[in-house]
Design a protein around this ligand. Structure first.
Ligand SMILES: Cc1cc2nc3c(=O)[nH]c(=O)nc-3n(C[C@H](O)[C@H](O)[C@H](O)COP(=O)(O)OP(=O)(O)OC[C@H]3O[C@@H](n4cnc5c(N)ncnc54)[C@H](O)[C@@H]3O)c2cc1C
Length: 442
């Protein structure tokens, strides 16, 4: 009898399993593919490896004092990406071994509230954590397209690319292909790119991406994708009628769906809907002893959210009383310029009729930003509670904001008023010095 069986070895599942193992619990982790999940094999890590190279290439081209030509070796990039993934996969295996977590490579199915079947064997546990993740949404019109995972497996750059969907995944992959010289068009149904980004930041990002040469069609509904020999024709409706664009490859980045099929949820009565397995903020499902975390719940499709949800569930299943907080969840979009955010957007505050004060400063106030991002016009924007000076939301466009948004997440997590920033000494020159220049009044 195990204390915990974890289904899925992504960032939700493997961190939860390792934590329970470190607590001395008897843990079994069942993964049907490779340890690391979407994040490591078809998400965060491969895309960020690609984007690092692309941003470097773009920066070199824009540095006039560096002469000569630099070209992308795409096969070499794929090799390096696979090496990084292999290294990190081995790290996860070592972490699980150290925590004495047993692992089985098989597809798992819950057959009773405390029983899981895998590889024809039945395993019993006091607790089951569903961490089965998600997969790309594939509506019928996506038949002649590649999804993000297939795109990451390309062996050669496409001659041209149309991206269906201007959400985070579409924008990041579009940014890569554009930076390495592939003509890119993005077709997005709504009038804003980047999904739930703050509206003002999304507008500025759109301007920057357009200026860099990516084509956009917003408020455009894709009707069909057809093959004409090797070419794909995408037909979409825009305000002024039907349009067609052609490309060698079409990427469908149309959202993600939870991997609920085959888990035995209906059989044991675990509640779920099209967004995923329903959980409370403690990580519980409606069935005692069955917990869920990560993309399979559909609550927050980020690797670090999956990890935290898994850790919260582990704490609660072994006697704790922890609750998941989503109000200080940071996120980053690794486009050029990069976007980072934590907390509420202006739109959310307006919709909730929450009073707020907005303070914005250009990142160019920081010397290092001027050095490192000479052609960007990034901003730092914070939204404050007028009475307590606490941060309700913070948004950074540009300047590797993903690397320093956590300082604002920390302030939000511990409810530190923003004027306390005035007492902090920032090293010079750093981009985060923009925080020092905010000079929030007490
Ligand atoms: C292109 C792309 C880029 C991304 N970039 C970022 C980023 O930069 N930052 C970020 O925070 N997030 C990013 N994400 C999102 C991130 O990958 C996910 O939020 C994260 O992987 C979710 O973790 P998880 O553990 O819930 O699920 P997953 O990582 O999907 O892992 C689930 C695991 O469960 C296994 N599994 C499923 N069903 C079963 C079963 N029945 N039996 C056994 N095993 C099973 C799967 O094989 C998989 O390994 C990106 C996603 C994509 C697609």
């Amino acid at each position: 009898m195990y204390d915990l069986i974890v289904i899925g070895g992504g960032p939700g599942g493997y961190e939860a399993a390792a934590r329970a193992g470190a607590l001395g619990k008897k843990v079994l982790l069942i993964e049907e593919q490779t340890l690391g999940g979407t994040c490591l094999h078809a998400g965060c890590i491969p895309t960020k490896t690609w984007l690092k190279t692309a941003h470097l290439l773009a920066a070199l081209k824009k540095t006039p004092e560096l002469t000569g030509t630099v070209a992308l070796d795409f096969a070499g990039l794929q090799t390096r990406q696979k090496q990084i993934v292999a290294q990190l996969t081995a790290g996860i295996a070592a972490m699980l071994k150290k925590a004495r977590v047993e692992t089985v490579h098989a597809s798992a199915k819950i057959v009773a509230p405390n029983q899981v079947e895998a590889n024809g064997e039945t395993f019993a546990a006091a607790n089951i954590l569903i961490a089965a993740g998600g997969q790309p949404a594939r509506p019928p019109l996506a038949a002649l397209t590649l999804d993000s995972a297939e795109t990451l497996n390309l062996s050669a750059l496409p001659a041209s690319l149309v991206v269906l969907g201007g959400g985070v995944i579409g924008l990041e992959l579009a940014s890569f292909f554009h930076a390495v010289g592939v003509p890119v068009t993005i077709i997005e149904m709504t009038k804003q790119i980047g999904g739930a980004l703050d509206g003002e930041i999304a507008k500025r990002l759109l301007l920057a991406l357009k200026k860099s040469g990516i084509n956009f069609y917003l408020e455009s509904k894709v009707e069909k994708v057809e093959a004409d020999g090797d070419v794909r024709k995408v037909t979409f409706t825009h305000a002024d009628g039907l349009h067609t664009v052609e490309a060698a490859t079409v990427l469908a980045a149309l959202g993600r769906t939870p991997r609920v099929a085959g888990l035995g949820l209906d059989e044991v009565g675990v509640a779920y809907d099209r967004h995923g397995v329903k959980t409370d903020d403690a990580g519980r499902t409606n069935i005692a002893g069955i917990w869920a975390c990560g993309d399979v719940t559909g609550r927050c499709l980020l690797a670090h959210a999956a990890t935290r949800e898994g850790l919260i569930a582990v704490e609660n299943m072994f006697g704790g009383d922890a609750r998941m907080r989503y109000d200080a969840m940071p996120a980053a979009v690794y486009t050029a310029p990069e976007v980072a955010m934590v907390g509420a957007t202006e739109e959310q505050l307006k919709a909730a009729a929450t009073p707020y004060q907005k303070i914005t400063t250009p990142l160019a106030v920081a010397g290092r930003y001027a050095i490192e991002f000479p052609d960007e016009t990034g901003v730092l924007k914070i939204l404050l509670a007028p009475d307590t000076r606490q941060i309700l939301g913070a948004h950074i466009l540009g300047g590797n904001g993903g690397e320093w948004i956590h300082s604002l997440a920390m302030m939000m997590t511990w409810q530190i008023p923003a004027d306390r920033l005035n007492a902090v000494i920032f090293p010079h020159p750093t981009i985060a010095e923009a925080l020092a220049k905010l000079r929030v009044e007490s």
